[in-house]
Design a protein around this ligand. Sequence first.
Ligand code: ATP
Length: 789
Amino acid sequence: MSTDNEWQLEQERVDEVTTQIRQAIEKLEKEVGSVRGEVVEMRKDFWDEVTINFSEADDVGETSTNLRQQSEVLSERERSHKNTFQALSKMNKLVSNPYFGRIDFIEEGSKEKESIYLGIASFLSEKEQDFLVYDWRAPISNLYYDGAPGHSSYDTPSGLIEGEITLKRQFTIRDADIKFMFDTGVTIGDQLLQAVLSRSSDATMKSIVATIQKEQNQIIRNDKSKYLIVQGAAGSGKTSAALQRVAYLLYKDREHLKADQMILFSPNPMFNSYVSTVLPELGEENMIQTTFQEYLERRIGREYQLEDPFVQLEYVLSQKDDPSYEARIQGIEFKSSPSFLTMITKYREMLAEKGMMFRPLRFLGKEVVSAEQIRIKFYEYDQSIRIANRLELLKDWLLKELSLFGKSELNAPWVDEQIQLLSKEDYHRAYQRLKRKQQGKKETFDDYDLEREILAKMVVSDRLKPLRKWVKAIRFVDTKKLYRAIFNDPEVLSFISSGVNLPAAWEEISRFTTDQLQAQELAYEDTTPFLYLKDSLLGFRIFTGIRHVIIDEAQDYSPFQLAFFKRIFPRAKITALGDFNQAIYAHSSVLQAASPLGEIFGTESTEVIRLTRSYRSTKEIVEFTKAMLPNGEEIVPFNREGELPAVHEFTQSGKMEEAIHHQLEQLISEGYESIAVICKTADQSKDVYERMSNKLSIPSKLVKKTTLGFDKGVQIIPAYLAKGVEFDAVIIYDGSKEMYAAESERKLFYTACTRAMHLLDIYSLGPVSPFIADVPSEKYKRSKELQSQ
Ligand SMILES: Nc1ncnc2c1ncn2[C@@H]1O[C@H](COP(=O)(O)OP(=O)(O)OP(=O)(O)O)[C@@H](O)[C@H]1O
C-alpha cells in the first residue's frame, strides 16, 4: 500500500504535469483562435448522403463516391484546425484529471524502471518530449488492463515487448487533487470499482476507462476478427465496452479511420441520447448513431406504411385473444428465419429465368410500354447477365422508347392545349432554348413552325420528366407484386419452398400478409424480407465507406436482419453485442443458444466472447434475477451489497397503487435520483402515469417510443423501452401471474428487473408471476396484503 510520502510525491507530480498542461493549453488557445466555439455535430442525415450502388454487393470497387471520399473533400486547413481544436479539448479534460493509473515496468534486458501514467490522452513534456501521460489506448497501456504484477508483455507494431510489472496503481484525481490512490493486483481494483458502481445512476452513460476489466479489454482491443460477437449478461458492460472500443479503434487507426466511418445501431432514439456523451467525454467525436427502423423508413417508408418493432411487440404482449394470434406468431418466427432467407434467395434464382413482374409505362392513360413487353425484353437478354445489370439495360431501352414516344406525341392535341397555358417564364425558357439552338443566328420567334416545335418539345419533355425519373429509379419492376406472389401464387411458392418446412399456419399467414400488402401496409416481420428481395433484384445499396458496424442489443435482430447487415456493409467489421436472455421479440434471435451467426458470418471469421460478470446491480439483485433464468448460474455478481429485492402481493389495485405511491415518496426522500416504474406495455404505462403522476411530490415522466432524451427523476416506462438503460431504483408495476407467465414473457420480466442498480421492488396484483415463484425464497423479501377491503 502506498505511504503518505508516496502520496505526497504523486501529488507533486500531478502539480508538475498539470502546470505543463496549462502551458500547453495557452499555446493551443492562441492557435485555435476563431474556431474555438466550433462543435462537431453528430451526422443526422447519414442515410441520405450515402452512395447508391445498383450493382452487386461484392462489386465494392464500382461505387463511385462514398462517405470516405466525402470526408476527403475536407480541406487540409480545416482538418488541422479541427485537430488543434480536438487537442485543446483533450488538454482541457486532462488538466483537472490528468491520469487514473500507473504501471511500473522493467523491460527485459534493461535495468531501468519506467513509470507509465495513463490518461484519456497522451501528453508530452515540451522540452524532452517525454510521455508524461500515455493515452489509455497506446500499446504500452495494455499492461495496465491485461497484466498483473510480475512477468508481463505487450504487443507493439514492431513485436512483443516482455518485462516485469513492479507496480500497478490507481488514482482518482479531481481538480488536480489526488482523492484516492490504491495499489492493486490482477484486476483493476475492486475498491475503485466499488466506489464507481455505488454511485447513483446518471442521465447519460459514463466512460469506464479507469476501471476496464480484463475480459472487457479483450473486446475493446480486438483487432483481428471480422465479426466479433459478444454474449454478455445483463449489466456486464457490453454497451460500455462497445463505446470504449469505438474510441480505441479511432485511436489505433487514427491515420485512416474517422468517426463517420463507424456506425452504431441502437434499440431506440432514447438509448441513442443516453450513450451519446461517452465519446465526447473521452475527447472523441461521436460515431454515426441510428436505429434499424430509421434505415427501413428511409428505404421503403414511402412505398408502404411500416409497422415498427414496438407496435409488433405490443401486439404480441397484449393481443393473445386475437383469433389470428397463433398464426401471426408463427409468421413472425418464420419470416425472420434463415429458412425464409433461403426461400428469397431461391426466388431470385427463379426470377433470373422466369416470373419477373413489371409495371407498365403509362402516360395520360395510354400504355407506352406494356408490362408484358418489358417482361419479354427482360428475358431476351442473355441469362448469364445478372438481374441488376439486365435491369440497367432495360432502363436504357425504356428511356429510348420513351423518347420515341415523346416524338410521336409532338402533334397531339393535348400539347397545343398545354402551349396555350404556358406562362411568361415558360416562354422565356423556350426562348433560351431557341437561342442555344440557333447559335448566334436570328433569335426571334418569327417562324411560327419553329416556335411551335420548340414549345411542343418543351411541353412534352416537361410532362415526361416524372416518367423518365420513374424509369431511372427502376420503378418499373413490380417489387410489391413479386413479394406478394410468395403468399398468393402457388406456383411461386412451390418452386421456392422445396426442402423448406413451412409453418403449420402458412395458409392463414399468407391470407393476412396478402391483405396487409393490399392495404399498402407492411408488418415489421415483412420489412426486412421485402427490402432484401427488392435489393437482391435491383442491387444492394451498399455503404462502402463504413469500416465498423456496432450492433448493440444484438439479440433483438433476426438472422435475416444480420444477413442484411453483412450485405450492405461489405467492407465493415461487425461487432454485435447482446444477451440472449433479453431476447424479448417474438422473432428468432441471432443470439439464441444454437446461434445461427456462424452460418451467416462463416465460423472462421467469427469470434465469440462471453461476459458473465454483472456490474450494474447489487449482488442481491443479480442473485434474484439470475434465478429466473434456466441457465442463470453462469452469471456472476460483482461484489457490491444492497437490500434484498422485495415482492409485495395485493388483491386490490387501489391498495397496490397507494403502496407504490408511498414507496416512491420514500425513495425520493431518501435521495434516489433515478427511479423507474416499469410496466409491461405502453398502454399500461400510460394508464399508470395518468393515475399516479399528479399525486407525486415531484414531476414524473411517461416514456414513449418517440421519447428522445433520457432524464433523471421518476420515469414510467414500458419494459421494452427500458432495455439498455438503468435506474437507481426499479419498481415493477404488476409482476403478477396475470402479466408475466408465458415463457415468452420470462425474458421481458428479466430485462425489466435487471434495470435496477441499487433497489428492486416488485408489486403484484394477485398471485405473483411463476418466474418469481421459481426463485428460492431466501433471495427476496415477501409481503402479502390479502385481507384488504
Ligand atoms: N469496468 C467497469 N467499470 C465501471 N463500471 C462498469 C464497468 N463495466 C460496466 N460498468 C457499469 O455497469 C453498468 C452496466 O453496463 P452496460 O450498460 O454497459 O451493460 P450491458 O451489458 O450493456 O447491460 P444490458 O445488457 O443490461 O443493457 C453501467 O453502469 C456501467 O457503467
